[in-house]
Design a protein around this ligand. Sequence first.
Ligand code: DX5
Ligand code: ZN
Length: 218
Amino acid sequence: MEYRLCPSILSADFNRLGEQIQTLEKAGVEWLHIDVMDGDFVPSISFGMPVIRSIRKESKMFFDVHLMVSAPERYIQDFVDCGADSITVHAEACEDLERAIELIRDAGVKVGVSIKPATPVNDISHLLEDVDMVLIMTVQPGFGGQKYLPECTEKIVELKELIDREELDVDIQVDGGINDETMETVMKAGANLLVAGSYVFSGDLETNVYSIQKKMDK
Ligand code: DX5
Ligand code: ZN
């Protein structure tokens, strides 16, 4: 299995955002995880289109945009226009999830669907043929730096079984509380795209990225 680290810029030092993104890119990171929060679907507010538009000018990385936003259908085209390469919406945030998936697909970017810890895999299993990635939240969405919720591991296993059984080409991304230890757990369970925020950005960025990538290659 090929694993990929997707650093979340939510934990970046925004005073040095461009510089930190360059460091990631030089260290071989290919995917950048971009957390957009609206203060409605989740309690906190992060950043939006202007920030993405700015960093797009300097980076060739794959921009993996995670929308923690109510009724995200309203903004799909805007995020594509400012540089998203994939858009992930929350199943819980869409009135018509199938329509949201269609909008993302029609806008020409990769499609992700995310579920919160309490939402069963079953709620989205009928849509697996229509998406490129499922994001299993392993903390309550809204903040970086929380602890991995162990009860989410079995959801990863369940999803992986479904994808394999139907022989689908769908990535499993995990997000929340990923560190040195939990990365082993989620990789074993079947996830291949690992989002990490606080773990990557605390201490020396380059050293952290290399040590995570080394663990993934093992
Ligand atoms: C949480 C965000 C995450 C967050 C992860 O709502 O979706 O991407 O940045 O942060 P850590 O890795 O610190 O749990
Ligand atoms: Zn995220």
